[in-house]
Design a protein around this ligand. Structure first.
Ligand SMILES: Nc1ncnc2c1ncn2[C@@H]1O[C@H](COP(=O)(O)OP(=O)(O)OP(=O)(O)O)[C@@H](O)[C@H]1O
Length: 277
């Protein structure tokens, strides 16, 4: 059984054409799933359905095989945590520490458990120095880390990150990649994220959904999706620079093998160089 699934999910905002049309989406336990697509493709709208913020016009969302309804919304929100694209929509308490405690307190946990979870989240997101600061006075990247910590403190089984690297500096991006990649093994978490930085996808995902104009137009492994530059270009997405370089070199006869993550590409280049020497 998939931990989260949508079946024929269709949704339109009032007086607007559909933002989601017949979307079938699944994610398994501990899976890392990327959702990519140009501006307005429907990624955020899909994410808001996965934890019941939006209700489908038709079709359904299932969590642990159970259809999401008003009745089980509380359980769904506990299982599926969503970090919004804009952290200003998510951070509002007087201090960072109180902000992170808000979610676990809402789950009705006891004081000791809340304090423990807040402490863990502060450490995981390296927020020790910011804990007493008002979140609305933090930089965009700092706010993003607070928003992620607040959702982590709820210990969801599924963590959804809408554009997690937007606004982060290069070190912040590298830290986030390392951190997110520990979540499936360390906490059994499923991670679903969207990004416009396609070079991050191989580093962070097992499978990829491509959305275009409210629809899922492709779904597959990183190699299956990234070996289709026509698909990426048609959907107004950029083929990552490393993939373009490998393709161009192959076109002129350089025998370079497959590779998607930075490490894989480095190995492919090294092997090609050794083969030549
Ligand atoms: N609150 C809203 N009211 C009306 N229309 C909306 C609302 N939010 C989004 N839309 C529309 O729904 C469609 C899908 O938007 P959505 O935010 O899901 O796209 P996205 O893929 O997340 O885009 P981006 O990459 O820009 O974040 C767009 O046409 C958008 O204009």
């Amino acid at each position: 059984m998939h931990i989260i699934e949508t079946r024929d999910l269709t949704f339109a905002y009032p007086n607007r054409p559909p933002a989601l049309s017949g979307v079938n989406f699944t994610a398994g336990r501990k899976e890392r799933v990327a959702v990519i697509g140009a501006n307005g493709a429907g990624k955020s709208t899909l994410f808001k359905h996965l934890n019941g913020i939006l209700t489908p016009s038709s079709g359904e969302v299932l969590v642990h095989g159970e259809s999401v309804t008003k009745r089980n919304l509380r359980e769904v929100r506990k299982a599926v945590g969503l970090v919004f694209q804009n952290p200003d929509d998510q951070v509002f308490s007087p201090t960072v520490e109180q902000d992170i405690a808000f979610g676990p307190a809402n789950l009705g946990l006891d004081e000791e458990t809340i304090a423990h979870r807040v402490e863990s989240a502060i450490q995981l997101m390296a927020l020790e120095d910011l804990r007493d600061r008002p979140p609305h006075h933090l930089s965009g990247g700092e706010k993003k880390r607070v928003a992620i910590a607040g959702v982590l403190a709820m210990e969801p089984q599924v963590l959804i990150l809408d554009e997690p690297t937007a606004g982060l500096d290069p070190q912040g991006v590298a830290d986030l990649i390392r951190f997110v990649n520990t979540l499936p093994e360390a906490f059994g978490m499923t991670v679903i994220f969207s990004t416009h930085h396609l070079d991050l996808v191989p580093e962070l995902a097992d499978s990829v959904y491509v959305m275009d104009h409210s629809r899922v137009v492709a779904h597959g492994s990183v190699p299956a999706i990234f070996s289709r530059p026509d698909l990426l270009e048609q959907t107004r997405l950029d083929v990552p620079a490393l993939q373009r370089l490998m393709r161009d070199l192959r076109d002129v006869g350089v025998p370079i093998g497959e590779g998607y993550t930075y490490e894989e590409v480095r190995e492919a280049f090294t092997a090609a160089y050794r083969g030549r020497a």
